[in-house]
Design a protein around this ligand. Structure first.
Ligand code: PMP
Length: 435
């Protein structure tokens, strides 16, 4: 079987110096039964090479940004060129204008944008701007949606149809958590109830319009329309967190995704972006309607700043990534490979009597070890995490790298091939037979 002795030794060493041995808790193997995470050394295209020289087909895509595969030559060239010209100026550059134009062309609701360094920052700032604009305090979010690790959005649902938040982390004051109301996804009556009760003091309703954080979950027909309508009736703003979803399914965001017939009816006031738009370098961005965005300093009273924001390296990588994604047929190809893989996984699981629900949205999908649909967080939680943990490790042993979380999606990239899918399905057949 596969040797990972050097990874194991490095993990022991990392534990002495880095808290938990990892720089983001999602990288730990805690949720899949423990053990040393794999230390990677190199990545190219659809493949990872670890420190023990094992090769893996990668479906993690670094939690989403690496949609063009690792070390895509066009993006690499842009990063090298940026490095040669100086990585950080602290002055404006023309590149930032080019990138802002590209985002605006793809996302009609953006009159003005601002670049930041992460999805967390982007989301955090949309909340501040919404509060400044509406002069209200509360936000409503949906259970199971993840919006980064800032205080306000790291709040989970209690029980009941709509609840005041309880902190999901130590270190968040109860007073802050009480400014957040959590309601179930795909449940308009619960949102209506929350708005009837707290609407007068609600600054914004924050949503992953297509969910990427408790599996890939589509809004049911009419749900986003309802969210936008009810929110506006309450005088609050609609914020779309498209950190995962932007440029994921097609060249654009949820509001231009052709599965939604009426673009105008699902248009948000503010949008948070990240991941793919940085081409693998750190980035975030937020934007929206002119009069709302003009709340931001130096024009308005809402302060937001950043030493690294809009740096030429991240912006160059982002522009190069968007250029690659403009190539014809790219999204259809990822969709076709994902369909092949998802169909094969379903067939193989069913042959071995393993309950498996797959939520596929174009080139990405989530796998849920259960025999019911997954349309909200309760249903996503009610799946077999132990079976997933064992499946994860059986796949890893065979050189298939997934995220160590039962909720995370499998991401196809422009680098995956039909042969990669066949190799993956052969590995899955063995994994299912051993479960
Ligand atoms: N929003 C969503 C929808 C996300 O999926 C994430 C990250 N997984 C974030 C925000 C936070 O982004 P970052 O990790 O870049 O801070």
């Amino acid at each position: 079987s596969m040797q990972r002795t050097r990874s194991e030794a490095l993990y022991e060493e990392a534990l002495k110096h880095i808290v938990g041995g990892v720089n983001s808790p999602s990288r730990s193997f805690k949720a899949v039964g423990g053990g040393a995470p794999v230390f990677m050394k190199r990545a190219e295209g659809a493949y990872f090479y670890d420190v023990d020289d094992n090769r893996y087909i990668d479906y993690l895509a670094a939690y989403g940004p690496i949609i063009t595969g690792h070390a895509h030559p066009h993006i690499t060239e842009a990063i090298v060129c940026a490095a040669q010209n100086g990585t950080l100026y602290g002055t404006p550059t023309e590149l930032e204008i080019q990138m802002a134009r590209m985002l605006k062309e793809a996302i009609p609701s953006l009159d003005k944008v601002r670049f930041v360094n992460s999805g967390t920052e982007a989301v955090m700032t949309t909340i501040r701007v919404a509060r400044a604009f509406t002069k209200r305090n509360k936000i409503i979010k949906f259970a199971g949606c993840y919006h980064g690790h800032s205080d306000l959005v790291l709040v989970a649902a209690g029980s009941g149809p709509s609840t005041l938040g309880i902190p999901d982390s130590a270190g968040i004051p109860t007073s802050i958590a009480q400014e957040v109301i959590t309601v179930p996804f795909n449940n308009l009556p619960a949102l209506k109830e929350a708005l009837e009760r707290w609407g007068d003091d609600t600054a914004a309703v924050m949503i992953e319009p297509i969910v990427g954080n408790f599996g890939m979950v589509m809004p049911e027909p009419g749900f986003l329309e309802g969210v936008c309508k009810l929110t506006r009736e309450a005088g609050a703003l609609v914020i779309y967190d498209e950190v995962i979803t932007a440029f994921r399914f097609h060249y654009g965001t949820t509001q231009t995704f052709n599965v939604f017939p009426d673009f105008k009816a699902i248009e948000p006031d503010l949008t948070a972006l990240g991941k793919i738009i940085g081409g693998g370098l750190p980035i975030g961005a937020y934007g929206g309607r002119k009069e709302i965005m003009e709340q931001v300093a130096p024009l308005g009273p809402a302060y937001q700043a950043g030493t690294m924001a809009g740096n030429p390296a991240s912006i160059s990588a982002g522009i190069a990534c968007l250029e690659v994604l403009q190539e014809a047929g790219i999204y259809d190809r990822m969709n076709d490979l994902a369909t092949l893989l998802a169909d094969g996984l379903r067939a193989s699981a069913s042959k071995h009597g393993i309950p498996l629900t797959i939520n596929q949205i174009r080139g990405s999908f989530s796998t849920h070890f259960c025999n019911h649909p997954v349309t909200n967080y309760d249903e996503a939680q009610d799946t077999n995490g132990d079976v997933f943990g064992r499946f994860f490790k059986l796949m890893l042993e065979q050189g298939i790298n997934l995220a160590p979380s039962k909720y995370e999606a499998w991401f196809l990239t422009t680098a995956h091939t039909k042969e990669d899918i066949e190799v993956t399905l052969a590995a899955a057949e063995i994994a299912f037979s051993k479960l």
